[in-house]
Every structure is written in C-alpha cells, then in structure tokens.
Design a protein around this ligand. Structure first.
Ligand SMILES: [Zn+2]
Length: 235
C-alpha cells in the first residue's frame, strides 16, 4: 500500500501540457521554460493548493474524481500561469536557464537518480529561509549535477519560499534491473543559524539508458527542514 498525493500528478501534468502549448504558440510572454523554472513553478503551485491523498496499491488504476477534478484543474491552470510569470521575472540568479543539455551522458545501463526537492525554514518562526547555502553531498563531496540548469551548492533567495532542488548525475550500473540505495546528505548553512545536516538514502532501480530529459514525475521529496539559532535545546 502507498499513500499518494494526486494533486502532484495533476500539477506535474498541467505544467508539462501548458509548457508544450506555450512553446507551440511561440511563447510571446517570454516565459523561461527551463527544467529548473518548471520545477520552481511546480513548487509554487503545490505550496498553494491542498494535497489530496489516496491510498493505492502499487500500480493501481487512477481514481476518476469527476467534477472535483475538473474544478481543481481550472484552479491549477491559473496558478501554473501565475507561477510561470512570477518565476520568469525572478529567476534564480546563478542557474543556467538556457536548456537541459546533459553535462555528460552516461553510456550503458545506469541508475537514474531522481530530482531531489526540499524546503528549509527558520525554526523560530516557520518562515522560509532566505540567504542560505544548500549543498547536496555524496561520498564526502559535492554531488555532480546532471546539467548546468542545476546548481550545487544552491542559494535560497527571496522568492522561492525556501525551496531547493537538485538533479544529480546518473551513476553507471552493471545491468538494468538492479535495485540499490545511494546515500546522500543535505547541508544547509545560514548566518545566525546552526548548520543542519540531513542524511538520506535514495532507492533506485537501474535502467537501460540515461534519462536525458527531465521528468517531474521522477522526484524525491525530502521532509521539511528547520534551522535554529545556536545554543538552543536542540541536540
Ligand atoms: Zn529558467
């Protein structure tokens, strides 16, 4: 049994469809539709609408939610539009918005590591953290990113609501179909707060080839992280 947030699916597929039609129609508003901005838009929308959880057996058929779903789709479309507009006007300063060309494509069978998404908050007042430096580490060093859209370390700036995202590069595998856990850690540093380190495992099933294009369905969400000023009772 799995708990599943159907809102995520709706948001991801709406963004994909809307970006495709914006591109098709010539993108007259000049929205940035790079991978990083798409995922920022997804976070913007998901932070503004309630989740809708269902319990599903693995591989169970989608539940048709009828009228509820239609109303929700309309809300999502207008929120996605607002998200793309705002994010295009306040792009992440250090990211490369030019496209998603892979830095290097791993040949042969690979473990495609999912995009990793998390949020960092000020634990004293629960506001999203600003001006923090976030690192994704693996085997004692900064993890290499899939392509130049993704920054590691990345900096949390004002309009991204404490959200950080990473897409680590693929790791070659002996063959397809091997299940393996990869250890990563997040390190968050901000002035006036104790540095936070969060260790986690990413289970991955190896596949025949490198996932060259970004998919929002291939994401791993980390629990929200809270930073505290030094000298508290936190231990
Ligand atoms: Zn962009």
């Amino acid at each position: 049994m799995e708990i599943h947030n159907t809102t995520e699916e709706i948001v991801f597929s709406t963004i994909k469809d809307m970006c495709a039609s914006i591109e098709k129609e010539g993108n007259s508003n000049n929205f940035c539709l790079c991978d990083q901005c798409r995922i920022d838009a997804a976070c913007f929308v998901l932070n503004r609408i309630p989740p809708h959880y269902i319990i599903s057996n693995r591989g169970a058929a989608r539940i048709d939610q009828g009228a509820y779903r239609q109303q929700k789709d309309a809300d999502v479309v207008s929120l996605v539009y607002e998200a793309l507009k705002r994010i295009s006007h306040n792009q992440r300063p250090h990211a490369d918005h030019t496209g998603g060309t892979a830095r290097k494509v791993v040949q042969g069978p690979v473990f495609n590591i999912p995009t990793i998404i998390g949020r960092a908050f000020n634990g004293a007042n629960f506001s999203p953290l600003v001006d923090a430096r976030v690192e994704l580490r693996r085997e004692g060093k900064l993890a290499e990113m899939k392509n130049r859209n993704w920054q590691n370390p990345c900096t949390l700036v004002e309009n991204i609501q404490g959200t950080f995202t990473f897409w680590p590069e693929s790791i070659s595998a002996k063959e397809a179909g091997i299940r393996k856990n990869f250890e990563y850690s997040i390190k968050i540093e901000a002035a006036g707060f104790e540095t936070l380190s969060h260790f986690f495992e990413v289970p991955v099933l190896s596949e025949a080839g490198d996932a060259e294009s970004f998919s929002m369905n291939r994401t791993l969400k980390l629990p929200d992280m809270y930073l505290f000023p030094p000298g508290g009772d936190e231990d």
